[in-house]
Design a protein. Sequence first.
Length: 174
Amino acid sequence: MHCNNSGITAAALLTVALLFSATAITAQSSSSKSPASRQLLNDIWIMDRELFDTIFNKCDVQRLENLVTEDFEFYHDKSGQVAKSGKEFVDSIRGMCERQSKGTDYRARRVLVPGSMVVYPLNNYGAVQMGVHRFYPLIKGKPIETAKFTHLWKKENGQWRIARVISYDHKDTR
């Protein structure tokens, strides 16, 4: 097993990361009074992280294609309906990633506000996720924007995919 200079093993770091994740999920669950089961809350929390990591950190449009439904729709309070299909949304993210690689668009990171996530099960479909998130430029400083969101997640053949996004109440924090 590999050790870094401080003597901490990779396994120890992984254990700490898993404990932190479990603590975060428990904190989300208890503070949000989410009616979802712990398993559903955990599933959606993981998918939320994967979705935003895929878009903002990795710019992995091939992975994104598998995270959205074909009939995906995205509504934004400032822009109206910004995507009418999964393909349209993936193409818009592809364009954003290309602009970022050319330096004509800034990179950002998204942070889910702790304790804000609530998940409601939708029988025979999936789940509704609501919460508040902040967006930060990838430079030190305060968030540039805070917004509320509602996501509709669909579970098909054992796989979670996002079907609808409503992003609203955007507030510039600069």
